[in-house]
Ligand binder design. Structure first.
Ligand code: ADP
Ligand code: ASP
Ligand code: MG
Length: 407
């Protein structure tokens, strides 16, 4: 008997009809003799609706209460899905994160899963029940409700699959799998039958929200067989593979990712001395604000400028901390810019091909797009540009690297 963990995203459970369709899909797997653990997101739009409600009450929302609030979205869908499964004559039981329990740290809004206690789920599976677990949520060691960050239900699914040693983790979503880029932006995007973990990790970390990055990290670390599929269409979807072809045989660029969720902060006119970068960036990291791209320049007068990006939702907090640092260091000015976007080309084949970056920069230049920041890894080149050029940049690069579907 095989054990499959299945995750259904917001659109897949966006209405009663869709929940019934998901229940029928689950019932088919169950009747084929598989044990099934399901994790679901909130109905589409619900998490955003709840966040908007909280923002009507507080400028800076209390992070503990926000987690209490947004976790309710998934509590609705687990109950409705169990009802739909039972209506088909199967046995089913729902669990909130705290009931499993899924133990996390206490970083509200971006908690990390520390461990999952699997005994309740195992007992239910032995009794022939379909187990339905709320995605995106957990509980910390003091019993506080926590959430795992936007898109966190993917991570719930993979963590469950790792803990239960599932035979496969299937992420069902509203597209047919992982494409060369977001098919909603580039119509010619091509479905990838396979992608390696390291490429998927870069795609996710650079903004392809088809999988949350922590889900990919977990799957790589614990060797969870992971597949992204459509909840609406049949098909094999995309398998995230541990071993791929040799780098030499890989296309130079496999995909294009982008991210509009970042903002840029610049601090100008600070002393060019050892330790200054730590003085500027240390307090920001200490406040648990993730810093992405960092660039430091030195001007003719020997003063330094540091530019870095953070998540847009944390721009205000980061800017406040930075202004205290600016005072201490006697900085000339701080500039905040939220109208930026990051575009990345990703491909394991880059390791063995030269000139990839030059082609990217030439392509953007020919479209008149100015590059503000550049950052690279072995299998990725990312640039920060003005947000209004984002879609143009993605389409141009997709064509430049010949990623289109051949009809
Ligand atoms: P779910 O609610 O099922 O978790 P998400 O909206 O989080 O769905 O993720 C699926 C979406 O990810 C797709 O609808 C698509 O617009 C977007 N996406 C971004 N990049 C890609 C990509 N490379 N391949 C497939 N989908 C992508
Ligand atoms: N409902 C949460 C969100 O919208 C978690 C998820 O969908 O994975 O981000
Ligand atoms: Mg998602």
């Amino acid at each position: 008997m095989t054990l499959i963990v299945q995750k259904f995203g917001g659109t897949s459970v966006g209405s009663i009809e869709r929940i019934q369709a998901v229940a029928s899909k689950i019932a088919r797997f169950h009747r084929d003799g598989h044990q099934i653990v399901v994790t679901v997101s909130a109905m589409s739009g619900e998490t955003n609706r709840l966040i908007a409600l909280s923002q009507e009450l507080q400028d800076r929302v209390s992070s503990r209460e926000l987690d209490v609030l947004v976790s309710t979205g998934e509590q609705v869908t687990i109950a409705l899905l169990c009802m739909a499964i039972e209506a088909l004559g199967l046995k089913s039981r729902s669990y909130t994160g705290g009931q499993v329990p899924i133990i996390t740290d206490s970083a509200f809004g971006k908690a990390r899963i520390e461990r999952i206690e699997p005994s309740n789920i195992k007992k239910d599976l032995d009794l022939g029940r379909v187990v339905v677990v709320a995605g995106f949520q957990g509980v910390d060691s003091e019993g506080n409700i926590t959430t795992l960050g936007r898109g966190g239900s993917d991570t719930t699914a993979v963590a469950l699959a790792a803990t239960l040693k599932a035979d496969e983790c299937q992420i069902y979503t509203d597209v047919d799998g992982v494409y060369t880029t977001d098919p909603r932006i580039v119509m010619e995007a091509r479905l990838l039958p396979e992608i390696t973990f390291e490429e998927m990790l870069e795609m996710a970390s650079q903004g392809s929200k088809v999988l949350q990055i922590r889900a990919v990290e977990f799957a790589g670390k614990y060797g969870v067989p992971l597949r992204v599929k459509s909840s609406f269409n049949e098909g094999e979807g995309t398998l995230i593979t541990l071993e791929g072809q040799k780098d030499m045989e890989k296309p130079m660029v496999s995909g294009i990712a982008f991210n509009r969720d970042e903002a840029k902060l610049t601090i100008r006119g600070i002393p060019d001395q050892p330790g200054v970068a730590a003085k500027v960036l240390g307090p920001i990291s200490d406040a648990n604000i993730d810093i992405d791209v960092i660039v430091q320049n030195v001007a003719k007068d020997n003063s330094a400028t540091i530019t870095f990006t953070v998540n847009r939702s944390e721009l205000e907090s980061a800017a406040e901390i930075l202004s205290v640092i600016a005072n201490d260091l006697g900085a000339e000015e701080i500039i905040a810019d939220s109208k930026i976007a990051k575009v990345s080309i990703v491909g394991a084949g880059m390791k063995s091909h030269a000139g990839v970056a030059t082609r990217m920069f030439e392509c953007l230049a020919s479209e008149g797009i100015n590059i503000q920041l550049i950052t690279t890894s072995e299998i990725k080149i990312a640039v920060v540009i003005e947000e209004r050029y984002l879609e143009l940049a993605v389409r141009a690069l997709h064509a430049k690297y010949g990623l289109e579907a051949s009809y």
